[in-house]
Design a protein around this ligand. Structure first.
Ligand SMILES: NC(=O)C1=CN([C@@H]2O[C@H](COP(=O)(O)OP(=O)(O)OC[C@H]3O[C@@H](n4cnc5c(N)ncnc54)[C@H](OP(=O)(O)O)[C@@H]3O)[C@@H](O)[C@H]2O)C=CC1
Ligand SMILES: O=C(CO)[C@H](O)[C@H](O)COP(=O)(O)O
Length: 473
């Protein structure tokens, strides 16, 4: 590679994601400059033959100077303060029209602020969600860029080249202006939390509830993965469950401490949903499941004081529980996507982003962590009706949810009887039942509010009277 000819693309931050995206970009015929902050990491990259196609440096001035104009730079550093620090260091080195892309999991309101600050300097800033983990970054991620449309035009050929491909095209689209891309990635992660928790509940009910061996659980899930429940996370679950610990020969998952960590995108999803008044109980329950899992010592202490119920499976349950769990998994997964899409639609209205849910279903179909077979009917539903209020009552999903609901109810009921927590199966079912109920007991809630706080209420029999107050004493 010539060192004098300007390079076509820069990647700043050569951690797990950055270095793999840089290689992916180079694989597609673009010349790539890499910058890395940490001396140890930079040395490791420079010493490794697989990275010799990248022109790497620890000097930001040299890095920026290597790039053709308008410069295209992907920032792939830890979200939060490091992004601001890097933007401050880069701004004086950049020229009007250059495009900086933040590919980390940044908070969307930070992205809005950063985009405005760069715009005022004549610079372009794109906030881009990246999904697919290390493997996706290397061989084809799903990309969710948001920001100025013109700036997207400059980076589009590179993003389309490196993104995963399906029969519906490259898994990248201009999601919308401002923080739209990072908002969508955040909700993607919220859905990811819920789907991961559903798979954990599936595993628990099959293994602890039904008493299946690990081999039988694997066989059952492998069969499901051939059908409508197929998803990347189910494949990953199978990969995890099949792994044996080389030291003990036991399933490695059994040796993993039952405390799940988190980096914040699931929490943000729930926080922003509360702000926008959108119910996302499946995502919130998954977040709470991780929070409760962290209380390991308390749970161990409580387990001896609070015994599990003395219950065993009926013959009918023994015979059918696995099939019921399959339906519950599919139905509850539909509910989590329905909640996520509704949240994105609400934010899109609030911030005037004009996000297309059908396009999101298309770009999530390949490369990303939440890719799943159900995204195909989901895309069709939103193509037919872009402003569909809720997938739950769509032509694509209402019949299947209705058909699966009896099995789903049996799973929740059986798990409750056995004392096995299934927070996402059950909160998704409650969401489904609330949404499909013409009548809810919130007449009582509203009457209570009026009784103690004179908050008024509307009469069903006299809607024209508007809000009225009664003396409830
Ligand atoms: N891992 C994954 O599966 C995914 C991660 N993401 C997001 O991508 C981003 C990067 O993640 P990942 O590659 O996994 O993380 P890594 O921890 O592997 O890499 C982080 C990079 O950021 C650099 N960095 C940290 N602080 C600073 C700073 N103050 N100034 C300059 N550089 C800094 C690190 O440099 P140093 O060498 O000094 O450590 C390193 O190069 C995060 O926002 C993450 O949430 C998005 C999708 C998937
Ligand atoms: O963005 C990602 C996948 O899409 C990252 O892997 C993220 O770290 C996952 O979230 P958490 O660490 O909170 O489980």
């Amino acid at each position: 590679m010539s060192t004098t000819k300007p390079l076509q693309f820069g990647v700043a931050g050569l951690g797990v994601m950055g270095v793999n995206l840089a290689l992916n970009i180079a694989d597609h015929g673009f010349t790539v400059a890499g910058w890395e902050f940490g001396a140890k990491r930079l040395q490791a990259v420079q010493a490794d033959k697989q990275f010799e196609r990248l022109k790497t440096t620890g000097s930001l001035e040299e890095f920026v100077g290597m790039l053709e104009r308008p410069r295209r730079i992907l920032l792939m550093v830890t979200a939060g303060a490091p992004v601001d620090q890097m933007m401050d260091k880069l701004a004086p080195l950049l020229s009007p029209g250059d495009v900086l892309i933040d590919g980390g999991n940044s908070w969307f309101q930070d992205t809005q602020r950063r985009e405005k600050a760069y715009r005022e300097k004549g610079l372009n800033f794109i906030g881009m969600g990246v999904s697919g983990g290390e493997e996706g970054a290397r061989h084809g991620p799903s990309l969710m860029p948001g920001g100025p449309a013109e700036a997207y035009g400059h980076i589009r050929p590179v993003l389309e080249a490196i993104a995963a491909k399906t029969d519906q095209g490259a898994c990248v689209t201009h999601v919308g202006p401002g923080g739209a891309g990072h908002f969508v990635k955040m909700v993607h992660n919220g859905i990811e939390y819920a789907d991961m928790q559903l798979l954990a509940e599936t595993y628990d009910v099959l293994r602890r509830g039904l008493g299946l061996s690990m081999e039988a659980v694997v066989d059952t899930l492998a069969e499901w993965n051939q059908g409508i429940a197929n998803s990347f996370l189910l494949e990953t679950t199978l990969q995890v469950l099949r792994k044996k610990d080389p030291e003990t020969g036991k399933p490695l998952v059994d040796l993993v401490l039952d405390k799940a960590g988190q980096k914040g995108t699931g929490k943000w999803t729930v926080q922003v949903a509360l702000d926008l008044g959108i119910a996302v109980p499946s995502i919130a329950s998954a977040l709470d499941a991780r929070n409760l899992s962290a209380l390991k010592d308390e749970r161990v202490a409580a387990s001896s004081r609070l015994p599990a119920p003395q219950a065993s499976l009926t013959d009918e349950e023994k015979q059918h529980l696995a099939a019921w769990v399959h339906d519950a998994l599919y139905a509850a997964r539909v509910i989590t996507y329905a909640q996520g899409m509704r949240l994105i639609q609400a934010a899109s209205r609030e911030y005037q982003w004009n996000v297309s849910p059908a396009e999101l279903a298309r770009i999530w179909r390949g490369g990303c962590i939440i890719r799943a077979k159900l995204l195909t009917p989901l895309r069709e539903a939103f193509t037919q009706q872009p402003d569909l209020p809720n997938l739950v009552s769509s032509d694509a999903f209402a019949p299947v949810l209705t058909r699966m609901a009896p099995a789903w109810r049996r799973v929740v009921g059986t798990a409750a009887r056995l004392g096995i927590p299934v927070p996402v199966f059950s909160s998704s079912l409650a969401y489904f039942d609330s949404y499909r109920s013409a009548e809810l007991p919130q007449n009582l809630t509203q009457a209570q509010r009026d009784a103690f706080g004179a908050h008024t209420y509307q009469r069903r029999d006299r809607p024209e009277a508007g809000f009225v107050h009664s003396d409830w004493s």
